[in-house]
Each structure stands twice: as C-alpha cells, then as structure tokens.
Design a protein around this ligand. Sequence first.
Ligand code: AMP
Ligand code: MG
Length: 247
Amino acid sequence: MAKAGTEQADQEDLDSLTDRLVHLHRALYAEARQALLIVLQARDAAGKDSLIKKVFGPLDPQGFAVHAFRQPTADELERDYLWRVHLRVPPKGAIAVFNRSHYEDVLPVRVYGLVPAAEWGRRYDQINAFERHLTENGVTILKIFLDISKEEQRKQLLERIDDPEKQWKFRPGDLDDRDRWEDFTAAYEELLRRCDTAWAPWHVIPGDDRKRRNHAVARLVVATLERMSPRLPDPDPSIQAHRARLS
Ligand code: AMP
Ligand code: MG
C-alpha cells in the first residue's frame, strides 16, 4: 500500500515538473535570447530513448530538437570532430537534447584506438574550451551521465533479443562494447573528472530505476531552466495602436 502511495506521489510530481518544463520552454522560445543544450551520455541499452520520450515528449516541437550522434559519416570524418556537434547546437530560444555527443570522441574512439592516443588525449581540454565558448555565447549546457549497472544492461540487451518489438534495436556491436566494460568505465571516469567544469558540470544519475531516473532528470532540467529564468517579453503598450486597423 505504502509503495502504491509513493508511486502516485512520484507520478503527480512528474506531472507538475512537466507543466513547469512546458511553461519555461515557452518563455525561453518567446524570449529568444538564450538556449539550453542537454548532453545525454550512457552505455548501450541504458534507455536514453525512452527517457527522452518520457521527459521531453510534452514539449512544443517548435523550439525543441533531439540529435543523435552515431558513428561519423565519411563526410563528418573529413572535418574536425566538433564540426558536426557545433552545427546542431540549439539556436537562441531553443532546447536541444544530444543523444550521445562529442563525448563519444573520447569514449569508443579512445577504447578502440580509432585515433592515436596523442590526438584523443588533447580532446578533454578542447572540449572544455568549446563548451566554455558556447556558455559565453548564450548556451547553457546541462551534461547528464545515466549510469547503469552491468546486470541491468544484460537484462535490457536480453529483452532486445527476445522481444520482437525491440529486436530492431539490437546491435551485436553493443556486445563488443560490453566486453570492454572496464575500458569504457575508465574512459567515463576520465571525462567525468576532466570535463567537470564550473561552466558545464557533469551530473551522474543512477540509471537502473527508470522511474526515479526520469524524475531526477526532469528535476535537473527544470532547475536549470529556472536558473536561466527566461521571461515572456513585457506587453508593449504601443501595440494597442494597431487595434484601429482591425476594426
Ligand atoms: P546508438 O546510439 O545506439 O544508435 O549507437 C550509435 C553508436 O555510434 C554507438 O555505438 C556509439 O558509440 C557510436 N558512436 C557515436 N559517435 C561516435 C564517434 N564519434 N566515433 C565512433 N563511434 C561513435
Ligand atoms: Mg556502442
């Protein structure tokens, strides 16, 4: 009984957080002076997609975007690794969620040695400088690492294999990453340490409990937007003069 009561309270709370999120987003869009970039990182099958749908689904699609970063295309590989990322930074008035991000360039790239160590080793400072540049130019950055356990990932990957509705999501490559669990842990630890800056700090959220985790992310996003305090523009009295043309 107590558990059911708690679940209901959590649900109500998520609903009211969602209301606040929708209103804050509307003010951000109307104000059109600043942007919010949410960087979402996690291991495979951590449930980033369902989190995005649950937390951000109610937002007005105008002024909101999700960008997924997969293996770079040939075209992207011909540029510096931040090029494709910078292109998708939200414009003023918008919120964007990065489903993976430039941090992939110090994750699989490092673990599989896709570029020489000297090259990825320089990227932590480059990323910090890039994020600083963005924050100094009107983009607030909220970085979230959803931390799932190896056991939870096993459960989720098995579900992808067994559930015909989910099988399309299964990629054998995810098992290669899983085999390198410790290497990815080391890579995550280093980026969490070196890229936890005053202007763009990391937030680590335990990921196994989906409901709690959605809630924690919604709270973080609302708190961040509240700090940005977007304001609907004040009504302009001179606009009243236009009424005459509508009579
Ligand atoms: P998913 O997000 O499940 O669609 O998978 C995308 C895959 O692309 C993941 O395995 C990522 O690790 C990989 N990926 C994303 N960005 C990069 C990158 N810059 N270099 C190499 N692999 C990447
Ligand atoms: Mg992978």
